[in-house]
Design a protein around this ligand. Structure first.
Ligand code: CP
Ligand code: NVA
Length: 301
């Protein structure tokens, strides 16, 4: 009923969502728009900025014949002006689904617990499930079956890295997280992924070794939203993880380079790589919309 974490899904459910997204993307390309969510309304609650998540959900809802309402925390003041439970119960009387982007993951969990409509996690400090589900679609389009591919995430062990680990805990894949000491992903999430027999999961510290046989190189910012005050320190601590031309030359020639965006160009990735022939970042951004439309049609009735 909710989508808070990829770890709550089964492999079969993910394949169904991906198949639906492929179908819906082809329909958009053919100019076909079915009003399957006519008269339905999605609330978009944002405690952090967004380009992709906001626009892809808004446009996605309108392509499905529904509407969305954008709300920032200035209006609702979750937990300050009123309780999370009251926000959830009141919103549930007006709208057919709630997407929330917030800081503490617990806020999304508490909102979902009290809401009587589906809640979708549009990013928390801990997870970013819609991003990684969309990225699975991009990988499938570019390189085929994930089961036979090696995905290498190089960078901060953040919400994006954690959601990759969640994916590896339910879908067979080879996933390497390459980071620096002290920036490892969530321990429990990593342990769950390692415990899933279908996947090969490792956390290592040498980028050159990580990319040697990679099919996908994925990176994300070293300073996530909410960590801006630590940017100088984080930048210094993670320089060895930069995805640049020299590192790319150590990877197979046909490796695809992914980034969820926004990028801090010149930090975790160079212009040469993000704008280069291996990069698929704009396909990733587009696929957010197709994949989320598949999620919305499955959750909202
Ligand atoms: N990738 C992503 O979630 O982008 P936004 O922060 O712009 O929504
Ligand atoms: N890790 C980044 C992802 C942005 C889409 C952040 O949380 O800011």
């Amino acid at each position: 009923m909710h989508l808070l974490s990829i770890a709550d899904l089964t492999g079969d459910r993910i394949h169904c969502i991906l198949n639906k997204a492929v179908e819906m993307k082809a329909e958009v390309r053919a100019g076909i728009f079915a009003d399957v969510l006519k008269n339905k309304v999605l609330a978009l609650v944002f405690h952090k900025p967004s380009l992709r998540t906001r626009v892809s959900f808004e446009v996605g809802m309108s392509q499905l014949g529904g509407r969305s309402v954008y709300i920032t925390d200035q209006e609702i003041g979750i937990g300050a002006r009123e309780s999370i439970g009251d926000v959830a119960r009141v919103l549930s009387r007006y709208v057919d689904g709630i997407m929330i982007r917030t800081f503490s993951h617990q806020i999304a969990v508490d909102l979902a617990r009290a809401a009587s409509v589906p809640v979708i996690n549009g990013l928390t400090d801990l997870l970013h499930p819609c991003q990684i589900l969309s990225d699975l679609l991009t990988i499938q389009e570019k390189r085929g079956d994930l089961e036979f591919l090696k995905v290498v995430y190089i960078g901060d062990g953040n919400n994006v890295a954690n959601s990759w680990l969640n994916a590896a805990s339910v879908l067979p894949m080879s996933l390497t997280i390459c980071t620096v000491k002290g920036q490892e992903p969530d321990k429990k999430i990593a342990a769950n992924a390692k415990a899933f027999a279908g996947s090969k999961v490792e956390v290592i510290y040498d980028p050159a070794e990580a990319v040697r046989d990679a099919d996908v190189i994925y990176t994300d910012v070293w300073t996530s939203m909410g960590q801006e005050k630590e940017r100088g320190k984080r930048r210094k601590g993670m320089t060895s993880l930069q995805v640049n031309g020299a590192l790319l030359r150590k990877a197979p020639e046909d490796v695809i380079v992914m980034h969820c965006l926004p990028a801090h160009r010149g930090e975790e990735i160079t212009d040469e790589v993000i704008d280069g022939p291996n990069s698929v970042v704009l396909d990733q951004a587009e696929n957010r919309m197709h994949l989320q439309k598949a999620i919305l049609t499955g959750l909202i009735h």
